[in-house]
Design a protein around this ligand. Sequence first.
Ligand code: SF4
Length: 244
Amino acid sequence: MVGQIEKKTKEFTPQELRKINERLEGKPPEEILRWAIDTFSPNIGMASSFGAEDVLLIDLVSRQAPAVRVFTLDTGRLHEETYELMEQVRTRYGISIETYFPAHEAVERLERGKGLYSFRESVENRRECCDIRKVEPLRRALAGLAAWITGLRRDQAVTRTETQAVEWDETNGLVKVNPLVEWTNEQVWDYVRAHNVPYNTLHDQGFPSIGCAPCTRAIQPGEDIRAGRWWWEHPEYKECGLHR
Ligand code: SF4
């Protein structure tokens, strides 16, 4: 068990964060989660886009602290398979999933002004759509929380290689906890199979990373696991603004 620190609701100093990360280095996800829940509960929530990592975390949390809030962003452009998985997870773990939708005025303005696929025209347009459908709803989901838990892993993308177990989320003004940061894709799938964790059937069809339907495609053997996300963009731009 990692030593506890005083419950925090404000910004950590860089020195405090460094010490926490040194203590958590090499610890299993269960222990990082335990530290986060002990430190921030009840002001902690878990973001889930229902990728394999996210459902794995729900499985872990359900064994430790079933009362942790689970929220998701329903962008309005998700795959049917993702909705089916959400429902499966809701009933399997007996949890209430807090769904956040984009502001309808913003979506109406975007679609009336630029059509349904403006995100394919430029990185700027893509970020505009992600801001409306993901970033603004996330801001509402995080309001009042001191920390949020995510399924980020270092080896997911070139944009994530520096990710730490505990980080200060400057954009949203709270702590971000990434219990799976050191895990590989293989470790994730070993856990999913060993514990019979529900997963998106799209994973069996060549989709290692799943987001909105029009911005996600299956990948070919040997391709990078994020190659199917916004495949028309350079890898360095492939973040939707939720994780800057
Ligand atoms: S992933 Fe695509 S459809 Fe979803 S919010 Fe971003 S640009 Fe829009």
